[in-house]
Ligand binder design. Structure first.
Ligand SMILES: C[S@@+](CC[C@H](N)C(=O)[O-])C[C@H]1O[C@@H](n2cnc3c(N)ncnc32)[C@H](O)[C@@H]1O
Length: 306
C-alpha cells in the first residue's frame, strides 16, 4: 500500500509555496497515503505526518521504516501544537493541509463515506472513537437533523429529508448507506436528480461526525504559532464552507487593523501575522483535472508567516 501510485493534488503548486529542502521541518496535517509528504521527504526535509485514519497512520508508519525524517502521529490536525511538542519539535517551516476525504477512503465500503456502495453508515475518519453517522441519525431531534443537513450540506430539501428519516427510524434503525440512500431518494420530487442531493447530505453528515468545521478554525489559529517567521502554509479545500474559513482567516490575519470600517480610529491593535502567497484560490489545470477528477473541486490558498 505504501508504494501505491498516488498523484497528490496540486503537487507542484503546493510545494512551490512550502519550499521544502534539507534541514527544514514540516507538518503534513492530512497524511493520507503520503503523496505530498513523500515529495517533501525527497527534498531532504523532515515531515511530521498526522492523520486520524488508522489505515493512513499505518501507511505512514510503514513509510517511516524506510524514509529517514518521517515521523507519524495518529491525531487530529486540530491538535497540531500538541503533536509538535510530543515529537520534541519547537517550530516548523511549514504546514500542509489537504482537507477532506481521500479517494481510497471513498472506495472503502467499511467506512460508509459513499452512497455508491453498501456499508455501515459510519463516516468517521477515526473509526476507533466518537459517534457514527448512524448514531446521529438515530438520536438527533428532527429540527437539529434538518439544520445539520441545511448548514453543512446546503441542501434545500433538508426539512423534508429530516422528517422522512425521523419517521423511518421509528420503524427500524437506519444503519447502512443503502438504507439511508433509499430513504433520501424516496423524498425527491419527480424529475429531481438524486446524485447531487445524496452528495450534499453525505457531506453534511461527514462534516458533523468529524466536527470538520470546528477542527479547521482551531488548526488555523495555531498556524501562526507553530510556523516560524518566514515559513508558510498551504491549504487545499474541497468545498466552499472550508474554503471560506481559510479565505477569511488569511484576509483577517494579513491586516494591521481589523476594526469595523465605520470606526474612524483603530482600536484593535491587531498586527498583521501573515502575507498571502495566493491572491485568489489556485485551481487545478485542465490537464490535472482530466488526469485526476478529484482535483476538480480543489482550492489552494497559501501564506507566509511574518
Ligand atoms: C485528501 S486526504 C490527504 C491526501 C494526502 N495529501 C496524500 O497525498 O496522500 C485527507 C486525509 O486527511 C485525513 N483527515 C481528515 N481530517 C483530519 C483531521 N482533522 N486530522 C487529521 N487527519 C485528518 C483523512 O483521514 C485523509 O487521510
Amino acid at each position: 500500500m505504501t508504494d501505491a501510485p498516488h498523484i497528490p493534488v496540486l503537487r507542484d503548486e503546493t510545494l512551490s509555496y512550502l519550499n521544502p529542502g534539507p534541514g527544514k521541518r514540516f507538518i503534513d496535517g492530512t497524511f493520507g497515503f503520503g503523496g505530498h509528504s513523500r515529495v517533501m521527504l525527497e527534498t531532504g526535509a523532515e515531515v511530521l505526518g498526522l492523520d486520524l485514519d488508522g489505515v493512513a497512520f499505518g501507511v505512514c508508519e510503514k513509510m517511516a521504516e524506510k524514509a529517514d525524517g518521517l515521523h507519524c502521529c495518529r491525531i487530529s490536525f486540530r491538535h497540531m501544537s500538541e503533536a509538535l511538542k510530543q515529537n520534541g519539535w519547537d517550530k516548523v517551516d511549514g504546514v500542509l493541509l489537504d482537507l477532506g476525504v481521500s479517494s481510497w477512503q471513498l472506495d472503502d465500503p467499511s467506512k460508509g463515506f459513499s452512497y455508491r456502495s453498501e456499508g455501515p453508515l459510519d463516516l468517521r475518519f477515526n473509526q476507533d472513537q466518537g459517534l457514527t453517522a448512524a448514531d446521529l441519525v438515530a438520536t438527533l431531534p428532527e429540527a437539529e437533523l434538518a439544520d445539520l443537513i441545511w448548514r453543512w450540506g446546503e441542501e434545500r430539501g433538508s426539512r423534508r429529508i429530516a422528517r422522512v428519516l425521523v419517521n423511518a427510524r421509528k420503524e427500524a434503525p437506519i444503519e447502512t448507506t443503502t438504507q439511508f440512500k433509499n430513504l433520501i431518494e424516496g423524498t425527491l420530487p419527480r424529475g429531481v436528480k438524486s446524485t447531487p442531493v445524496l452528495s450534499r447530505v453525505f457531506q453534511a453528515l461527514r462534516i458533523a461526525v468529524n466536527e470538520e468545521l470546528e477542527a479547521l478554525p482551531e488548526a488555523l489559529e495555531q498556524l501562526t504559532k507553530v510556523i516560524r517567521p518566514g515559513g508558510s502554509f498551504a491549504i487545499m479545500s474541497y468545498h466552499s464552507l472550508e474554503d471560506r474559513l481559510v479565505k477569511r482567516f488569511i484576509d483577517r490575519e494579513k491586516r494591521d487593523c481589523i476594526c469595523p470600517p465605520e470606526l474612524p480610529v483603530c482600536r484593535c491593535n491587531h498586527k498583521a501575522l501573515l502575507k498571502p502567497l495566493t491572491r485568489k484560490a489556485v485551481k487545478a489545470s485542465a490537464e490535472e483535472e482530466k488526469r485526476n477528477p478529484r482535483s476538480r473541486s480543489a482550492r489552494l490558498r497559501a501564506a507566509t508567516i511574518l
